[in-house]
Design a protein around this ligand. Structure first.
Ligand code: HEC
Length: 100
């Protein structure tokens, strides 16, 4: 049998992360700031121009979101919502399956 090809991120043996889970993650951890009218009092406009109010916006920003919240802990800013490593992995898996 041929060896399995090497991949940087092996998502093959993980079940696909549902859209409901992805929405819950961004609603909990991102949307307070990354919305057209952010609920967070410090922001009048979405920081860095990045809105994450729905899944098509999330997919559109897949690469940047991966860098900011999966490959690093740069986001959520200050991690006031306490995003866990497990949640970051779930987000990363959703992005992997749904990026354009
Ligand atoms: C408390 C407010 C806040 C929350 C919550 C937040 N962000 Fe941000 N985000 C910011 C600010 C402010 C910037 C701009 C920072 C900068 O320019 O260095 C930013 C920038 C970004 C950027 C652009 C980084 C780049 O490469 O320029 C991405 C992508 C991002 N956030 C994703 C996310 C994701 C994904 C979440 C949720 C997991 C999240 N953010 C949660 C405030 C927030």
């Amino acid at each position: 049998m041929a060896p399995a090809p090497a991949t940087t991120l092996d998502t093959a043996d993980h079940p696909e992360v549902s859209n409901e889970v992805a929405i819950a993650l961004i609603n909990t951890h991102c949307v307070a700031c990354h919305a057209s009218s952010p609920g967070h009092p410090a922001f009048q406009a979405p920081p860095a121009g990045i809105k994450l109010e729905n899944l098509s916006l999330l997919a559109m920003h897949a690469d940047k979101v991966r860098q900011a919240a999966v490959d690093s802990h740069y986001m959520p800013l200050g991690n006031l919502t306490g995003m866990t490593n497990e949640e970051r992995q779930l987000l990363g898996q959703w992005l992997q399956h749904n990026k354009p």
